[in-house]
Design a protein around this ligand. Structure first.
Ligand code: ADP
Ligand code: ZN
Length: 205
C-alpha cells in the first residue's frame, strides 16, 4: 500500500503516521525528519536547507524530490510507503506520480484557528522521535516515552508558524484538489482524540 498523509502543519500527521506505520508495517517517511537529521549531522544537504527551514519556507523541490526518490529505493519500500510531509506542492506531487504514484491520500482536516495552539505547545524528543503537546503531558521537561529531555523545534515559534501556515495555504492546499480529481483523496476529521482519528483512518484503509 502506498499512502500519503496530507494536512496543515500541526494537523497530527506525525502522530498518526507512527500508528499507521506500526499497524500496516509501512515505512514511515517524513521529509521534515529527514531534513532535521541532515541538519543535526551537518551533512552537505543539511547545510543547504537549514536557513530556509528555520524561516518556515519550503526546501528546494529538486533537493526534496531527490531525497525522497533515494529513500523510496530502499528495500523496505518494496511493500509500499507512508509519506508524511511530502509532497508539499504541485511540482513534488507530479514528480511522485512519475516515481511511484500513491494509492490513497489521507487528508487530516483541522480548523486553522486551532493550529497555532497545537504547534506552539508541541515538545519534541530528539532521542525517540516522539512529539507531544504540553496539554497532555504532566511533565513538560522529559519525554513520557523514554525519559530524555524534551525540546522545542526551532520552527515551532509563533512567527514561523504563521509563515508555515501561509506556505501551506498557497502551496500545499492545492494538492487537495489534485488528488481529489484523481479519486484518491480521503478526508478525515483531525479535530478529534488521537485514538478516534486513528480509528477513522483504519476504517477507510
Ligand atoms: P510540519 O508538518 O509540522 O510543518 P515538518 O517536519 O513536516 O513539519 O516540516 C518542517 C519543515 O521542513 C518545513 O517547514 C520545510 O521547511 C521542510 N520540509 C519538510 N518537508 C518538505 C517538503 N516536502 N518540501 C519542502 N520542504 C519541506
Ligand atoms: Zn523520547
Amino acid at each position: 500500500m502506498k499512502l500519503i498523509l496530507l494536512g496543515a502543519p500541526g494537523s497530527g500527521k506525525g502522530t498518526q503516521a507512527a500508528y499507521i506505520s506500526d499497524k500496516y508495517d509501512l515505512p514511515h517517511i517524513s521529509t521534515g525528519d529527514l531534513f532535521r537529521e541532515n541538519i543535526k549531522e551537518k551533512t552537505p544537504l543539511g547545510l543547504k536547507v537549514k536557513a530556509v527551514m528555520d524561516t518556515g519556507n519550503l526546501c528546494p523541490d529538486d533537493l526534496t524530490v531527490e531525497l525522497v526518490k533515494d529513500r523510496l529505493n530502499n528495500a523496505d519500500c518494496k511493500v509500499g510507503y507512508l509519506l508524511d510531509g511530502f509532497p508539499r506542492d504541485l511540482v513534488q506531487a507530479v514528480a511522485l506520480d512519475e516515481i511511484s504514484a500513491p494509492d490513497k491520500v489521507i487528508n487530516l482536516v483541522v480548523d486553522l484557528s486551532k493550529i497555532e495552539h497545537r504547534i506552539t505547545g508541541r515538545r519534541s524528543c530528539q532521542f525517540c522521535g516522539g512529539s507531544f503537546h504540553v496539554d497532555f503531558i504532566g511533565n513538560v521537561d522529559n519525554c513520557p516515552t523514554c525519559g530524555e529531555k524534551l525540546t522545542i523545534r526551532k520552527d515551532d515559534n509563533p512567527e514561523t508558524v504563521k509563515e508555515r501556515l501561509d506556505v501551506y495555504q498557497t502551496q500545499t492546499a492545492p494538492l487537495i484538489e489534485y488528488y481529489s480529481k484523481q479519486g484518491k483523496l480521503i478526508n478525515i476529521n483531525g479535530d478529534q482524540s488521537i485514538d478516534k482519528v486513528f480509528e477513522d483512518i483504519v476504517k477507510v484503509l
